[in-house]
Design a protein around this ligand. Structure first.
Ligand code: AKG
Ligand code: FE2
Length: 291
């Protein structure tokens, strides 16, 4: 598996579906976010100026937007720089929703998470702003929740990603009880005596720069590292292709809150999926962000 970079303006949607979405092969788009007003706008100074007071929690501690930017740019060296610093866009920075439109980029569609049905409740998806500083590493190698596909839109700075082709969980030692998360602590220096099967893994590491979008299909193990101050917007994709696996996960996760809650949530999701399938058939347009 190799990770291709393609120009979003000339890459056909049908080719994306056949060669990447269906077989589950990651892809980097160049310029897919060109139409977003966020495209040339998002920078540490812009966020300081407009949303400097906005607060978020990182690892149980409260930080302001300005405080985070000072940390990731090395202007505040008095405390560690956490990664990732995240803001949930619909609730913590709702003004940004129109700036990341059209969310589907012409490729992440149809996206059932943008339907009014799935905008209610929690389905593992998150439309989030990610901020990081040099060397900031995502804490673990993982699979995204609920078999959703992830779209990571780099808007400022470069981030390094590592992905493993589908089917390599046997080399990645998933945590017992948390099978979406690898128990290997640092993927850059793996203890092969403790994790001998890892020698068979074939990680692929590449850099995603500003103006580029990484598509991570469901079932692809991945992790990330910020190479410098970075700002990205991540969103998720659900449609008929990943819906059967999504529904299984809804049941598996929601039944933990009790059998009745599990049945109610799974029934709701199944109904939502059926309605979205009809919506697709009649060419329904879905706009705005998602949860
Ligand atoms: O951009 C990153 O740090 C990776 C984020 C990620 O994989 C996730 O939030 O699931
Ligand atoms: Fe992820």
């Amino acid at each position: 598996m190799e990770i291709k970079k393609v120009d979003a303006a000339t890459f056909p949607y049908e080719q994306f579906i056949e060669e990447h979405w269906k077989p589950g092969i990651p892809l980097v788009f160049i310029g897919a976010t060109r139409d977003w007003s966020a495209y040339d706008r998002f920078s540490p100074d812009w966020f300081r100026e407009h949303y400097g007071d906005r607060l978020t929690q990182v690892n149980g501690q409260e930080y302001s937007m300005s405080g985070i930017m000072d940390l990731v740019e090395g202007k505040d060296t008095s405390r560690p720089v956490p990664y990732p610093c995240k803001f949930h866009i619909p609730t913590q920075l709702p003004e940004l929703v129109p700036m990341v439109s059209p969310l589907d980029l012409g490729f992440a569609r149809p996206n059932w998470l943008q339907s009014t049905w799935f905008k209610r409740g929690y389905w593992g998806s998150a439309l989030e702003l990610f901020i990081g500083g040099e060397g900031g590493k995502f804490p673990y190698v993982h699979l995204d929740y609920y078999h959703l596909s992830a779209w990571i839109n780099q808007l400022y700075g470069r981030k390094e990603f590592t992905v493993w082709p589908r089917g390599q969980e046997k080399y990645l030692y998933p945590e017992p009880g948390n099978s979406w998360m690898s128990s290997i602590p640092d993927i850059e220096s793996v203890d092969l005596e403790k994790y001998p099967l890892y020698k068979h893994a074939t990680p692929i590491t590449f850099v995603v720069g500003p103006g580029e979008t990484l598509f991570i299909p469901f079932g692809i193990w991945h992790t990330a590292k910020s190479l410098e101050p970075t700002i990205s917007v991540a969103f998720d994709l659900l449609n008929s292709h990943n819906f059967p696996l999504f529904l299984k996960d809804v049941w598996a996760f929601k039944k933990k809150d009790g059998l009745l809650k599990g049945i109610a949530a799974t029934g709701y999701a199944a109904m939502g999926g059926a309605l979205c399938r009809i919506g697709d058939a009649i060419g329904m347009e879905r706009g705005g962000g998602h949860n």
